[in-house]
Design a protein around this ligand. Structure first.
Ligand SMILES: NC(=O)C1=CN([C@@H]2O[C@H](COP(=O)(O)OP(=O)(O)OC[C@H]3O[C@@H](n4cnc5c(N)ncnc54)[C@H](OP(=O)(O)O)[C@@H]3O)[C@@H](O)[C@H]2O)C=CC1
Ligand SMILES: O=C(O)[C@@H]1CCC=N1
Length: 278
């Protein structure tokens, strides 16, 4: 799969929503060599982090331009989607590929408002900001090999792309990896706060927590061992880790059960967003 900058098939690209995720994706494409002149960002108030992209030649529009694009990426909040895509068909041809990253927004909703066309639901996550994300993707029946290759070329600038077989799985991906970075950051906050409670100086406790989370994360990616084995490697019999893990109860309930509840709440929330609940 060529990098997006070498892919001739991407064509003219319209990014609707230049916020956190839209901006992160745009920076990834530019880092991979995508020609800035092929990209238009539509956002009345785009993130300031997009200023270098605009300076490099990415076009900025406050409203949807009436010129057809080959690929449209929807990166506005789910609650804004209906309003934001109202005039979008003016920027599309019948075969324009639509890629939505909005949590909960269904293929059926997009087909209803944009017509029957190739539609991909994708779910990236914020480590995309540093090219270390992971994205789940699902395409409707009109997404064939060409559209799949274009989508993969665009999404893999943020990290690996995992195509799933059913749309329901996208809500599950959202709950696990889309929202997942927040769970990791909460764990870092909790670890640092626990260190402070023991008596460590706060800045030191936070450095210890950040590096521990980041180092353990990197080890999980680079090691051939499963996370459970990496955990066992830290846990000396009758040692300090064992004492802590008894409190976290890793094997029967505890953190694992809490995580199941949390992830299920995220998945159910995706369903509420799909039903248009605020
Ligand atoms: N943040 C995350 O971790 C992830 C988010 N997502 C999904 O990505 C999407 C965007 O999220 P995120 O980037 O965090 O949100 P942001 O609020 O950072 O970005 C959305 C951008 O869209 C702009 N906007 C609002 N209305 C319109 C409109 N009518 N036309 C064009 N642009 C508009 C917003 O402007 P203004 O701020 O002025 O309203 C903002 O700049 C969401 O659907 C979310 O579900 C997916 C994966 C991870
Ligand atoms: O919280 C949200 O709804 C979005 C989708 C996944 C991560 N952030």
């Amino acid at each position: 799969m060529p990098a997006v900058g070498q892919s001739a098939s991407v064509g003219r690209l319209l990014l609707l929503g230049g916020g956190n995720m839209g901006g992160a994706m745009l920076r990834g494409w530019m880092a991979e060599g995508l020609d800035p002149a092929t990209v238009t960002v539509v956002d009345p108030r785009p993130s300031e982090t997009l200023a270098p992209a605009f300076a490099a030649g990415v076009r900025h529009e406050a409203s949807i331009p009436a010129q057809p694009h080959d690929v449209v990426i929807l990166a506005v909040k789910p609650q804004m989607m209906r309003e934001a895509i109202g005039a979008l068909t003016a920027a599309m041809a019948p075969d324009t590929l639509v890629i939505s990253i909005a949590a909960g927004i269904t293929v059926a909703f997009l087909e209803e408002h944009l017509g029957r066309r190739p539609v991909v639901r994708a779910m990236p996550n914020t480590p995309a900001l540093i090219g270390r994300g992971i994205t789940g993707a699902f395409g409707n029946a009109l997404v064939g090999g060409v559209q799949r290759a274009t989508t993969t070329a665009l999404l893999k600038a943020s990290g690996p792309v995992e195509w799933v077989h059913s749309e329901a799985e996208i809500d599950m991906v959202t709950a696990v990896s889309g929202s997942g970075p927040a769970y990791v950051f909460l764990m870092a906050e909790a670890l640092a706060e626990a260190g402070v409670a023991l008596g460590l100086e706060p800045a030191l406790a936070m450095r210890l927590a950040r590096h521990t989370m980041a180092g353990a994360g990197e080890l999980m990616i680079r090691s051939d061992d499963e996370p459970a084995q990496l955990r066992r490697n830290v846990t000396s019999p009758k040692g300090t880790t064992e004492a802590a893990l008894k409190v976290l109860s890793v094997d029967d309930g505890g953190l694992k059960e809490l995580m199941r509840h949390a992830v299920d709440a995220a998945r159910r929330r995706a369903g509420e967003l799909a039903r248009g609940e605020a």
